[in-house]
Write a protein that binds this ligand. Structure first.
Ligand code: NAI
Length: 242
């Protein structure tokens, strides 16, 4: 379904990004992983992607919050893969704390990675997507961006901002044949969420359990091919934000 397409997945060396990379690779896409971590750690993910797509997969070390570094990385991806058809803005961090006590740098850093990082990637990939007259951007937001979450004012603001960014980019790029959607995951078991077995919020999930990375990856696979869907926010949250 995605044979001949090139997908860039930020934060793809573990967690949700890793699962999304496998899903898109299993649909045939070539995969470029952009992650701040050591590319050696992303190598096993690339190897598994290559098993899935029988094609290319490569990792790039880049801090998505760094405008210039993103520009250079996207140029390198273009040199290596030729173009970009699918961009998944998944890289994200948390620096939790109550607003009344939050350090300025914790607010700034979360906004810089989660929101500006997505803008930086879109800014530098947009030309390639537009030139192809088709393409798809998927931003990994969060139910925190829809509902708010005590202790996460920086994170919730970044994810709410990402939803505004998604809808605006959807409107700007629709005439060029490029779609832009967001996924709002709820509680998904990854390194970021850690052990949540005692979290009282779990009782509020109608489906009664945490999600798995593969659940979010399924949604990304759907949005990658849903050619009449743009500007949407797809909740993958067991019903918690309904
Ligand atoms: P994770 O912490 O397991 O993985 C995040 C990845 O992003 C890591 O590989 C990390 O190296 C990379 N990264 C961090 N900062 C970066 C930067 N500045 N530049 C490039 N790469 C960077 O997190 P997880 O759980 O896989 O989350 C992925 C996305 O999904 C995040 O945006 C997160 O906010 C979002 N999300 C996760 C939920 C969950 O329950 N796990 C729920 C809702 C949203």
């Amino acid at each position: 379904m995605l044979k001949g397409k090139v997908a860039v997945v930020t934060g793809g060396s573990r967690g949700l990004g890793e699962a999304i990379a496998y899903k898109l690779a299993s649909m045939g896409a070539e995969i470029a992983i952009v992650d701040i971590g050591d590319p050696a750690k992303a190598q096993p993910v690339c190897d598994k992607c290559k098993e899935h797509n029988q094609g290319k997969a490569k990792a790039y070390q880049c801090d998505v919050s760094d405008f210039q570094a993103v520009k250079e990385t996207v140029a390198q991806i273009k040199a290596d893969f030729g173009t970009v058809h699918i961009l998944v803005n998944n890289a994200g961090i948390t620096r939790d704390g109550l607003a009344a006590m939050m350090k300025e740098e914790d607010f700034d850093q979360v906004l810089a990675v989660n929101l500006k990082g997505a803008f930086n990637m879109i800014r530098h990939c947009a030309g390639l997507l537009i030139r192809n007259r088709e393409g798809c951007i998927i931003n990994i937001a969060s139910v925190a961006g829809l509902m708010g979450n005590a202790g996460q004012c920086n994170y919730a603001a970044s994810k709410a901002g990402l939803i505004g960014l998604t809808k605006t980019i959807a409107k700007e790029l629709a005439p060029k044949g490029v779609r832009c959607n967001a996924i709002a995951p709820g509680f998904i078991a990854t390194d970021m969420t850690g052990d949540q077995t005692e979290n009282p919020l779990l009782k509020m999930i109608p489906l009664g359990k945490m999600g798995e990375a593969a659940d979010v990856a399924e949604a990304a696979g759907y949005l990658a091919v849903a050619k009449y869907v743009t500007g949407d926010v797809l909740r993958v949250d067991g019903g918690i934000a309904m």
